[in-house]
Write a protein that binds this ligand. Structure first.
Ligand code: HEM
Length: 389
């Protein structure tokens, strides 16, 4: 088995010889895995490949009864808002200007977490001490929740992913608690608006002058936590691991901080642990790479494999921190591509800037080959990242 920092060798073989491969999902159900850059991009942009995996014919991804905290209720509420309409309303918040305004706060948060690492001595697990708390704190601030409630958000998010194996009753209780909390938070913002996403959405209207419904606002907050926490946390861990596994990369950034932006993009592209990819359900026959894929197939798009496609990226197997342009698809493509990508980019850039400034002697405390990936996830992550400085 390749280490958590090596791309699975079968990616290259599949891209070359078997662009639509029959695979078994973690649940045991079968799907068609797509690995070429052009194919993944066009499948994600093609509405015939739908995100509706509730179809009785669709494959189950992971064999679990509960399927996580926010699965259907939130999905249904957002669908009722109308996906395009919802995206336009929420997307307005993620402007470049807003991201620039958020930067100092994110930096202060990262600094605080690094202070915490330093207080503990000269070694730490970067995943638990920095990568996991940072994005959840950022989402809390973005929604305008008080700092004192950050731990509650971390708890709800943890249960959403059932990282530590929660019972159905615990998941239901957490969901109810979180919904009640957010309903109160939204009511509070109605009375006393702040400079935050929920306050802005409360007064926002669509093209017909209609506002978002109250359940829609609550579901939006839940969706942003689910979509924006684990993804960003995992990427922070993998980013630091990749840069330290071959310390020449770290040294290059120390010598030239202006590379941080392109370095973040390149790491998003290079991610050797991207999970198994995005599932889509096909309810009519369609063509991929010249072959017919029959109606009723669940197609899994491996963005990570596509991002290593030599036909799209010269020297695709090399981590080139100055790569530009970099048209990776780590944030997906098409109508559902990542709405929070400007925020994700900002967080990754800030974390990297802060680590380079505060912990220039940072190094792995284990051999790169000892790092373990958590298996069977849509978005891959590292179990832990022991570092020293
Ligand atoms: C490095 C971090 C992140 C990665 C790699 C990532 C990746 C993705 C990908 C691949 C999708 C497409 C899902 C699909 O097509 O089925 C997506 C969707 C989404 N992401 Fe992210 N994401 C990240 C961070 C964030 C953050 C920080 C937020 C907001 C707080 C966010 C909010 C969303 C939302 C709302 C969607 C759904 C968009 C839609 O369905 O229209 N993501 N993300």
């Amino acid at each position: 088995m390749p280490s958590a920092l090596e791309a699975p060798p079968e990616w290259a073989e599949l891209r070359q010889k078997c662009p639509v491969a029959r695979v078994k999902l973690p649940s045991g159900d079968e799907a068609a895995l797509v690995t070429r850059y052009d194919d993944v991009k066009s499948v994600l942009a093609d509405p015939r490949f739908s995100r509706n995996l509730n179809d009785p014919g669709a494959a189950r991804i992971i064999d679990t009864e509960s399927g996580g905290l926010f699965n259907s209720p939130v999905g249904n509420i957002l669908a009722a808002e109308g996906h395009e309409r919802w995206r336009r309303m929420v997307g307005k918040w993620f402007t470049a200007r807003r991201m620039a305004a958020l930067r100092p706060g994110i930096e202060a948060t990262a600094d605080r977490l690094v202070d915490g690492m330093l207080e503990h001595g000269r070694t730490a697990d970067l995943v638990t001490q920095l990568a996991f708390p940072l994005p959840v704190w950022v989402i809390c601030d973005m929604l305008g929740a008080p700092e004192s409630d950050r731990e509650k958000f971390a708890h709800w998010s943890d249960i959403a992913f059932s990282l530590t194996g929660h019972t159905e009753a615990e998941i239901d209780a957490a969901q109810q608690e979180f919904t009640a909390y957010l309903t109160d938070l939204v009511d509070g913002k109605r009375e006393t608006p702040g400079d935050d996403l929920l306050s802005e959405l409360l007064v926002a209207t669509d093209a017909e002058g209609r506002p978002m419904s109250a359940p829609g606002l609550v579901a939006t907050a839940q969706a942003l936590l689910v979509a924006g926490h684990e993804t960003t946390a995992s990427m922070i861990g993998k980013m630091v691991a990749l840069l330290l596994a071959d310390r020449r990369h770290w040294e290059r950034l120390l010598a030239d901080r202006s590379l941080v932006r392109t370095a973040v993009e390149e790491i998003l592209r290079f991610d050797p642990n991207g999970g198994f990819g995005l599932p889509r359900f096909l309810s009519e026959d369609a063509e991929i790479s010249g072959g017919v894929v029959p109606s009723g197939t669940t197609v899994v798009c491996s963005m990570a494999a596509a991002n290593r496609d030599e036909s799209a990226f010269e020297g695709a197997g090399e981590l080139d921190l100055g790569r530009s342009p970099n048209t990776h698809i780590a944030f997906g493509a098409g109508a559902h591509s990542c709405l929070g990508q400007p925020l994700a980019r900002t967080e990754l850039q800030v974390v990297l800037d802060v680590l380079l400034r505060r912990l220039p002697t940072l190094d792995l405390a284990v051999e790169p080959g000892e790092l373990r990936r958590v298996e069977g996830l849509v978005v891959g992550r590292l179990e832990e990242l022991p570092v020293r400085w």
